[in-house]
Design a protein around this ligand. Structure first.
Ligand code: FE
Length: 289
């Protein structure tokens, strides 16, 4: 079975591009890049990739697409057969569409809730342009094999979502269970890389597709610094500092200019091979539920 290898990039539709640029640079520490002739979007970098985020001035204030990488051209071809066998329809993007994303090839599809998914190979790596953080950082963002982070997406049919992401070669299932019986709240997490999870779902429904995106740093002090910056800028904190039981991430969550949250974390562990579940976090994270 061909597997996607990492969550490579996000497209986000925003209404206030100026506020986002300031937020990305000064609060998150990401690098803002603007390309000539592309006035309807800005790119955010966190490593050597051309970008990890595209902010589109669409007014949506929600996720526009999520890009998953496959290893190369062979896997890109195999993935098409695998999707067809699973009854999942897709469209191979034109050369122009691939070039728009700075990848060699991509296909476009949708998950069961209609979240736009892209599968690509061959991202543009700007090896001659080291990441330059938007503000001082003690360390750096953790990407590499683990991709750019993780997200929680809305999925009204959790079983259909699991089948879809399994068809992409991902593995996972329930990691949190709150309550008992058929009405228990189940949170599902799937992974495709050394990162504990790349996509999760099951939090109470909201009007947005995207609940949060997680960015991980390799220095605890960057979580502390970001917490200070968020408080100083009076940005609402949705979930206070704490440590998750599943990925062991020490993190906190705060509001973006689009209303969904960013989780900023340190110390995540790899996925456990055998399933287990939790009914509480290690500590903290007040506001989670
Ligand atoms: Fe998270």
């Amino acid at each position: 079975m061909v597997q996607v290898t990492e969550l490579g990039y996000f497209g986000i539709g925003v209404s206030d591009l100026a506020a986002w640029k300031q937020f990305a640079r000064e609060i998150l520490g990401l690098q803002v890049v603007e390309e000539a002739g592309e006035t309807d979007r800005v790119y955010l970098r966190m490593d050597y990739w051309h970008h990890r985020f595209v902010l589109h001035a669409s007014g949506d204030d929600d996720v526009a697409y999520v890009g998953f990488r496959v290893a190369g051209a062979d896997e890109f071809g195999e993935m098409q057969k695998q999707l067809a066998n699973a009854g999942i329809s897709y469209r191979v993007g034109s050369l122009e569409e691939a070039e728009e994303r700075r990848v060699l090839e991509l296909m476009k599809l949708a998950d069961p809730d209609g979240n736009a998914i892209e599968i690509f190979h061959g991202p543009l790596i700007r090896a001659n342009q080291p990441f330059h953080p938007g503000r001082g950082m003690h360390g750096k963002f953790i990407t590499g094999d683990g991709g750019c982070g993780h997200c929680i997406l809305r999925q009204p049919d959790p079983e259909a979502a699991l089948r879809f992401y399994q068809a992409l070669g991902m593995r996972g299932g329930v990691e949190y269970k709150f309550g008992k019986g058929p009405k228990a709240l189940l949170l599902r997490f799937v992974h495709c890389s050394p990162r504990d999870h790349s996509v999760a779902w099951g939090v109470p429904a909201s009007d947005k597709r995207l609940n949060h995106i997680m960015l991980e740093v390799d220095n605890l002090d960057d979580v502390g610094l970001t917490h200070d910056l968020v408080r100083k800028a009076k940005i609402p904190i949705a979930i206070e500092l704490g440590k998750h039981a599943n990925d062991q991430m020490f993190s906190f969550y705060f509001k973006t200019p689009s209303g969904f949250n960013i989780e900023y974390g340190f110390g995540g562990r790899a996925a456990t091979y055998q399933s287990e579940y939790y009914d509480a976090d290690v500590y903290g994270h007040q506001g989670l539920f």
